[in-house]
Ligand binder design. Structure first.
Ligand SMILES: *[C@@H]1O[C@H](CO)[C@@H](O)[C@H](O)[C@H]1NC(C)=O
Length: 409
């Protein structure tokens, strides 16, 4: 056989293999499986996807299938084709930038070959992800290192449409409210953009821990005058920044650990606020959200956890642990904060639903708030611990009971 004939034969054989593989995969693998794609994550991360006509989970899924996959976009908080390929040299060789084939490979083999769809030790494409016991917690440069994704059992929990959502730290005073309001993820003017006015000093991720130090954006730019008064462009969406400060001079530090006190589905969120400099002096209370949590349109059921009965009851109490769940109780997030922390007023679990014009804009919010009366003008730190439980509603109530026993009031 001549070399040429041999090559032609191999070529035909090779094509036959590729055709055979794509035939078999196309009938067995759903490329929009929730293992690799979540419509909320996708449309929040790539804000341009949502348009007048593309504004339902089904339409966004079509966008993924026809555009996102081949462009190598990230479809979910727990998988990214580009990162999957970059992580494994054998896959780099086999797939190059054929992201469709990489996704097919992941869906077919990741369980049996024990492969991960993301890195959990460094950042990739502007994202960091911590993982433990099937809970993925992700943050991004877009959101100043603030948590913009939490997935468990292939479901996105977090709404990250604009920079005032996410799972994030923020603080203000009851007099100036949004007019002196350092916000971890970014400012109002950052809106749905992929940039932020928060300055990231560092973000570290290692296995089950994600930690960051950032200088947060003011939610609305402020103009400090004489140290006691603060002026902000209230009536305007985004002021021209003539003499206005967009970023706070002091850092927010946070540390999240997935799996704590021997409870796999519990994570600890430590918020460390630095208050100082021009912080308003003529107000009554510093109000610290540690943190605020904005969930997706599917989390619409609010519960109060009753420690005495260990049951989730209809929401009725701002001082007991709070749970947000999907109506079928298959996905839920609960929050508990031990009482003896450095606070003047009891923490408060407050919850609201906000209806947007479509699923990507609709969110359920709850926040954990610590109030502190300011003393003097020095620079000081306030550190608060909150525990979150993830799982089905039953998983969450049993986890809340365990963590309340391990870390009593
Ligand atoms: C709080 O953050 C500051 C940095 O802003 C750091 O120096 C300090 O050690 C942190 N405190 C705790 C308890 O983590």
């Amino acid at each position: 056989m001549t070399i040429l004939k041999l090559m032609r034969c191999m070529q035909v054989f090779g094509i036959w293999i590729v055709l055979y593989m794509s035939e078999t995969h196309s009938v067995t693998v759903d490329l929009a499986s929730p293992e690799v794609f979540d419509p909320v994550f996708y449309s929040n991360y790539y804000h341009q996807v949502i348009t007048h006509s593309v504004n339902s989970p089904e339409a966004v899924k079509q966008h993924w299938l026809t555009h996102g996959i081949d462009a190598g976009w990230q479809g979910s908080g727990q998988f990214h084709s580009k990162e999957y390929i970059a992580r494994y040299p054998d896959l780099q060789k086999a797939f190059g930038n054929n992201y469709r084939a990489a996704i097919q490979h992941y869906l077919t083999f990741h369980t049996s070959e024990h492969r991960l769809g993301l890195s959990t030790s460094h950042h990739f494409g502007g994202r960091w992800t911590a993982l433990n016991h099937g809970i993925y917690i992700g943050s991004s440069t877009r959101t100043g290192g603030a948590v913009d994704s939490l997935t468990w059992n292939n479901k996105e929990f977090i709404n990250s449409r604009d920079h005032g959502r996410q799972m994030q730290m923020a603080c203000n005073t009851n007099k100036y409210t949004e007019c002196y309001n350092p916000t971890e993820a970014g400012g109002l003017c950052d809106h749905t953009l992929s940039t932020t006015h928060t300055h990231i000093d560092w973000v570290h991720v290692h296995g089950n821990v994600i930690e960051s130090l950032v200088y947060p954006a003011f939610w609305k730019p402020v103009k400090p005058s004489s140290g006691t008064q603060h002026d902000c462009h209230y009536g305007q969406w985004c002021p021209a920044h003539q003499g206005y400060h967009t970023t706070y001079d002091y850092p927010f530090h946070k540390k999240i650990t997935i799996g704590t006190h021997g409870i796999n589905n519990c994570f600890e969120f430590v918020s460390n606020f630095t208050i100082g400099g021009n912080w308003p002096q003529d107000d009554l209370l510093i109000q610290m959200e540690a943190p605020a949590v904005y969930m997706t349109y599917e989390f619409t059921k609010q519960f109060t956890f009753n420690p005495a009965t260990r049951l989730a009851e209809n929401y009725h109490n701002k001082h007991l642990p709070f749970i947000l769940s999907t109506p079928d109780h298959n996905y839920a997030l609960g929050a508990y904060t031990p009482q003896r922390q450095d606070t003047d007023i009891h923490e408060n679990y407050d919850s609201h639903l906000f209806k947007g014009s479509n699923f990507a804009g609709t969110t359920s919010k709850f926040n954990i708030v610590f109030y502190k009366r300011p003393h003097g003008t020095g620079v000081r730190q306030y550190v608060y611990r909150t525990y979150f439980c993830v799982g089905t509603l039953n998983d969450v109530t049993s986890c809340l009971h365990k963590i309340m026993t391990a870390v009593p009031k």
